[in-house]
Design a protein around this ligand. Structure first.
Ligand code: ADP
Ligand code: MG
Ligand code: MG
Length: 250
């Protein structure tokens, strides 16, 4: 599904990603961990196509197509979803209307008709019930006055509604209380299927108690320096990141 080869990216001529190789197959959950500043969010942004970063070398293939010339919207239409670290507020646009628009834009880009209103409503009910989102929340203005947990819930609701092929969740980890963790995990676990893949970016192992990854990668100084299974996440939790840094520089 996703094939990243020798990816280098910079911002303002400062190299941040320095040769990332990563392959994600349908049905897999990959966790990307690493110390602060190692380039985790940059990697997510580059996959999603945010234009503040410049890819200087390497390639990103999504379903065997080079997506580097596509803008973020086009990538989203192909089925790549990136959770926002700092979601925007849109006064006057409700949670429901935002997602309706997003779904119909996606369908349009795929050459499909708008989703019939009754089908949309059914889907909204089904997903919001599952995520324990109440009706009142659905009619609130997007992100306006949302608590950290509510932002997270809305993000996961968007993901659940859009059913992306590849979901990338970039957790700031701060402010994620146990309820929010549960919402994120429920959403991801529900989305998981043999056709979807998930990349979970996290600094701490905590989230991975709820979302069990098939692979764990450690990013350090713009490179994946170690890959393993969920055991690696446990090891990082107990030993921290310093031993990885030492291993790399040794
Ligand atoms: P992480 O998510 O692992 O904490 P980031 O990808 O956010 O790491 O950042 C990696 C490096 O890139 C850091 O040194 C950070 O300061 C730098 N960086 C990230 N975004 C920007 C930006 N918009 N402008 C300048 N430097 C940035
Ligand atoms: Mg950071
Ligand atoms: Mg980050």
């Amino acid at each position: 599904m996703l094939k990243i080869k020798n990816l280098h990216a910079s911002i303002d001529d400062k190299a941040i990603l320095k040769g990332i190789n990563l392959e994600v197959k349908p049905g897999e959950v990959h966790a990307i961990m690493g110390p602060n500043g190692s380039g985790k969010s940059t990697l997510a942004s580059v996959i999603a196509g945010k234009d503040e970063f410049e890819v200087t070398k390497g390639s990103i293939l999504f379903e065997n197509e080079d997506i580097q010339e596509l803008d973020p919207e086009e990538r989203a239409h192909k089925g790549i979803f990136l959770s926002f670290q700092y979601p925007i507020e849109i006064p006057g646009v409700t949670v429901t209307n935002f997602i309706k628009t997003a779904i119909n834009e996606t369908r349009k880009a795929q050459g499909l008709e708008e989703m019939p209103a009754n089908e949309m409503l059914k889907k909204i009910r089904e997903k919001s019930d599952f995520l324990e989102i109440n009706r009142k929340f659905l009619s609130r203005s997007l992100n306006e006055g949302f608590s950290g947990g509510e932002k997270k819930r809305n993000e996961i609701f968007q993901m659940a509604m859009l059913e992306p092929k590849l979901a990338i969740l970039d957790e700031t980890d701060s402010g994620l209380d146990i309820d929010a963790l549960r919402v994120v995990a429920n959403g991801v676990n529900k989305l998981k299927s043999k056709d979807n893949a998930v990349i979970v970016i996290t600094h701490y192992q905590r989230l991975l108690e709820y979302i069990v990854p098939d692979f764990v990668h450690v990013l350090h100084n713009g490179k994946i320096v170690k890959s393993g299974t969920k055991e690696l996440a446990h090891e990082l939790e107990s030993k921290g990141y310093d031993w990885i840094k030492e291993e790399v520089t040794a």
